[in-house]
Design a protein around this ligand. Sequence first.
Ligand code: ADP
Ligand code: ZN
Length: 725
Amino acid sequence: MTTPVIVLKNTFGYDTFRPLQREVIENVLARRDTLAVMPTGGGKSLCYQIPAMLLPGLTVVVSPLIALMKDQVEQLRAVGVPALFLNSTLSPQDYAENMDAVRRGEVKLLYVAPETLLTPRIFGLLDSAQVDLLTIDEAHCISEWGHDFRPEYRQLVEVRRRFPQGVCLALTATATLRVRADIKASLGFSQSNEFVASFNRENLYIEVAPKRDPIKQTVRFLERFKDQSGIIYCFSRKQVDELAAYLSQKGFSVRPYHAGLEDDERRRNQEDFIRDDAQIMVATIAFGMGINKPNVRFILHYDLPKSIEGYYQEIGRAGRDGLPAFCLLLYNYSDVAKQRYFIDQKEGDERRVAIQHLDAIVRYAEDEINCRRKPLLAYFGEQYTTPKCNNCDNCTAAAPVLIDITLPAQKFLSCVKRTGERFGAGHVVDVLRGSKGEKVLKWEHDKLSTYGIGADLTEKQWMHLARQLVQMGYLDQGGEYHTLSLTDKAMDALRKRSPIMGQLQEAEERPSNREARRTELDYNATLFGLLRQKRKELADAAEVPPYVIFSDKTLVEMAAYFPQSLETLLEISGVGQVKLRQYGEAFLEVIRPFCEQKGLQERPRLRASSEGKGDRGEGSRRFVAVGEAYNEGESIEDLMAAYAVTVGTILDHLMRYAAAGNRLRDGDDLRAMITTPVDKQEAALAAFNELGAAYLKPVFDKLEGGVNYDELKLLRLVYLASQAG
Ligand code: ADP
Ligand code: ZN
């Protein structure tokens, strides 16, 4: 007898279910109407695809995303599932052929648009077929409370009545209680058959960085993702065009996407992205709905999103394949002001709601203490109780050095008080720094005793301090204009002159070296590149997107376990029977000679560790893979790209590798990175020779601070490499 887990392995090539997939599938197979709520990338499709394979009759999938149907059908056919779609994009001839195939009972899965389903022609067709499962994808479209209400979805209730013997599965990634209740009520589902998965996407690294020099920050960020796919979201069409043009001229493979482009160009750009012919999409939020691409490795928010909901949806498009993905939001206050300007053109409720949304995302972006996941998930009604996720900037930041900030804090608090507790932080800082701005003079704040007493700190330092004082509960921030007022705690502190500990930003902040927790396997980046090439060849020949052949995750595993035979290839996640037969040899022909040439042996793949949590231990051996790849001749730059990390991290890996007693290739690339003058280099190498390389401090002291620590790290590697040779 076939079971869900056997279909999961044999057809789709996966070992384990994602959270709630099994429960949903079993509930559907027990013929109970079911609502399943899962985040984007949670694996909703398998929830109906596996039952479709196990039920005797036909499964109908209603989806408003016509553009996705072709893609989904292609993916299903690639694993040997007879699937078809019917919608307005088909020629009359293809349409008729597809209808015939359904009539002949050759189809297990039929995708239809709601407006198609509601035609007499299709009703007639389905009356003659045995519909065992009616799946309603994007089920929130049925609710007027959802963000995407579609009147034709309301009529699905009628369709539901027409096939009383079939079970109904409603799927959505919209979690609000009201929408969920509305879906169940409209479709007549009972309360209990509801499955709501966590919206936490563990594999997303989430970071917010101060937006200082956004173009430079963007280029630096992109350099970490050589040959990988990602999306950059901008606020305006103009911004999209400008940034895309700039990046393209810098040699990045980019395409613009926004509603102002001709339909043709937009479609072409999207197609290029999906097929890996272009790596980076620079887009307004118009882009992304109906994109199924699983290997999106990064999302960069070049501008502040309008709401947390939108932001979470956008970053959710990264890492659907479960591999680590990186989300960076660039934030500064002038973006907030810009959005406020647009919001202020609106009126009434619309304006009020927009301000609430903006305030929430600003609070989120300015939070430097709490785990990013906490407010994000709270927004969706989910309580995140893990104290540290270890995969966001705030959780991975080095413990902040707290210093006595009593004096500047008192200055700030009393200036808030003196100006009457009716201004935002910007104005208070202007007064402290002795600005001669119009607003300061108009209010005669240049006459206050606190005027000009804060010239010793920069504007940024003061703003940072102000945020801390809010977060520590000394200040309340409220109202439309983010007016600051003193809390009792602040009054108390001022009165008693109690010390306040906190952080003082450096005037010239260095780029942060916060580093993501690594979750993926140690894999051979060169082999991975070759496998990608092979995949692209096969995809182009079959005229499908590369991920229809295999996902990145599957290729990563091949490049980590080096399977040498069809049997061991079948062990790899994402390799099912049909794909094994169709593509197995083609990929073995890449893996085998590569391993032979490099002397690499097949490694056993432990099933338990193949999905999710089990991968985590691998990160600790990363330095070995990096060290070996370096010794094989990979450049530092390639390694940065392959692992999507900073140069500092690669150097740390190499250091650990060397410290573990391994020889290090004596590379010119290390030397080329050194900027210290030659005489000082020699002094440093001599110092390592004399004092040993275990610690940097003695060498730093010996050179009387003449060479900084970053350079010393490099010089130490050069020293160790020269020792080995
Ligand atoms: P959703 O529709 O919820 O956004 P999908 O159904 O498109 O998510 O699944 C996202 C990706 O995860 C797809 O590439 C899919 O093949 C993969 N996937 C789904 N379930 C599993 C599983 N149990 N194990 C491994 N990969 C899975
Ligand atoms: Zn966190």
